[in-house]
Design a protein. Structure first.
Length: 100
């Protein structure tokens, strides 16, 4: 059996919730944490799909996501990256009543 080698972490520095270590600094100030992924269409498809997930709280437990389509590329286009940041900040403000 092959297992994913990714390591999970939590915002609890003592690791009591099963994560490794933690990110104690996340809750010290309004912080926007964004994860981005990309998939490409198969064969002759000319599209790439870029998804972004972002934490809405200091514990990184409430998440929101957005999805964008761009021309097939291994690099996120400038326009899509700007949209990811814009939407992420908008969702963060809606959830927290202040900016990151």
């Amino acid at each position: 059996t092959i297992y994913d080698k990714a390591v999970s972490w939590t915002t609890e520095s003592d690791g009591s919730s099963g994560g490794e270590g933690g990110l104690p600094w996340v809750g010290e100030a309004p912080t926007l944490v964004i994860g981005v992924g990309m998939v490409h269409g198969m064969g002759y498809s000319s599209k790439s799909v870029v998804t972004a997930y972002f934490c809405l709280d200091s514990g990184c437990m409430r998440l929101s996501n957005s999805c964008f389509v761009q021309r097939k590329s291994d690099i996120i286009s400038e326009g899509v990256m700007k949209d990811i940041i814009k939407v992420s900040i908008e969702h963060y403000i809606i959830e927290n009543n202040h900016g990151p």
